[in-house]
Write a protein that binds this ligand. Structure first.
Ligand SMILES: Cc1cc2nc3c(=O)[nH]c(=O)nc-3n(C[C@H](O)[C@H](O)[C@H](O)COP(=O)(O)O)c2cc1C
Length: 335
């Protein structure tokens, strides 16, 4: 049987199939079931910067009662109680999960700047997390903010967090940077041991009848994987970090593609939410079957075989691909 073991962030994982941050990770029993179903590791739901700020202000726990006393920007955090229980409980959750499972547990912080991050990063480490994923989400909506300033903020944040803890740090990135590869390299220079490509964003929708902007959440489709495959294939070998794919991984075929691009792990959220935790068992069995059927001894045999550095054919991944696709496209006949 092919060996599924992989290394990610200096940790040994029994499988490259990892569950990414999502609400199923709120229940300890779900994490136990994910491990039994074959998950190599789990990234916990995020603790949000706003929740840390509330905790630091002494509002931990009873957000709803205090809602009206809060600054405008923090009022929506009261409603997040439905998503998770806030800063204090997050640490207790890590502790409980670590005692209920043996797989690596990756905690997640979501925000863009907060001095509270450093303190919580330390507490997260003390609670027993094996690694910390930083989901840095800053929307530079002001035309006065430059790309250089935004990128520097990301780099500083990673450096500050990394300098205050010993566990490995990964960064979950957005694809919306003008120079993703360069920023990635700088983040690695600042201490990131892993890069998670790419975050998905939930763009608000317009309700035309009520003239309102409404939140909307769609689960991913497998076609979203392609953006990630391309960038992981381009970055593998260019940046000295472990690469993880998140976004559009639904099947064993997707996992194989991710590994071939050069990822150390492929993460799943939507597919597990959609099909249930047992889907991890199906994907693991199919991955094993595919590797055995092709006489590969381990996932290492395929990792990076389609990366930029391995194929040496940059055209397939770069601008020429775009031109080729357009050249071969046929518009449907018009009546
Ligand atoms: C309902 C839901 C909640 C999520 N919550 C978080 C979160 O708290 N932190 C985070 O970094 N990502 C969160 N994500 C993003 C996922 O971890 C993942 O990166 C994204 O859904 C793309 O992967 P997928 O195609 O496998 O769903 C969430 C996704 C879903 C669907």
């Amino acid at each position: 049987m092919a060996d599924l073991t992989t290394n990610y962030l200096g940790l040994t994982l029994k499988s490259p199939i990892v569950v990414s941050s999502n609400p199923l990770t709120y229940e300890v029993d779900n994490l136990r079931r994910m491990e039994e179903a074959g998950a190599g590791a789990v990234v916990l739901y995020s603790l949000f910067e706003e929740q840390i700020e509330l905790a630091e202000m002494g509002f931990s726990g009873y957000y709803v009662q205090h809602r009206e006393e809060l600054p405008e920007a923090l009022r929506h955090v009261a409603d997040m109680k439905e998503y998770n229980q806030g800063a204090g409980s997050y640490l207790a959750h890590i502790y409980q999960v670590k005692h209920a499972t043996t797989m690596p547990i990756i905690a997640s912080l979501n925000g863009y700047y907060s001095s509270g991050w450093i303190r919580y990063a330390r507490l997260i480490e003390a609670a027993g997390a094996d690694a910390l994923e930083l989901n840095i989400y800053y929307l530079p909506t002001k035309a006065t903010v430059t790309a250089t300033e935004v990128e520097q903020m990301y780099v500083d944040l990673v450096r500050d967090v990394k300098q205050s803890i010993r566990i490995p740090v990964s960064v979950k990135l957005s694809p919306y940077f003008s120079a993703v590869a360069n920023l990635s390299r700088r983040l690695v220079g600042a201490g990131a041991k892993g890069l998670v490509l790419f975050n998905r964003f939930y763009q608000p929708d317009f309700d035309i009848e009520n003239r309102a902007i409404v939140p909307s959440l769609d689960l991913s489709a497998p076609s979203e994987l392609r953006l990630r495959l391309r960038w992981v294939a381009l970055m593998a070998g260019q940046v000295n970090a472990d690469l993880a794919i998140t976004g559009g991984v639904h099947s064993a075929t997707d996992v194989v593609k991710g590994l071939m691009a050069g990822a150390s792990v492929t993460m799943m959220a939507s597919a597990v939410i959609q099909n249930g935790i047992d889907h991890l068992r199906t994907v693991t069995t199919e991955l094993q079957g595919w590797l055995d059927g092709h006489a590969y001894e381990s996932v290492k045999d395929i990792r990076g075989c389609l990366s930029h550095i391995q194929i040496g054919d940059s055209a397939a991944l770069e601008r020429a691909n775009y031109l080729n696709v357009l050249r071969t496209a046929r518009a449907p006949k018009q009546e």
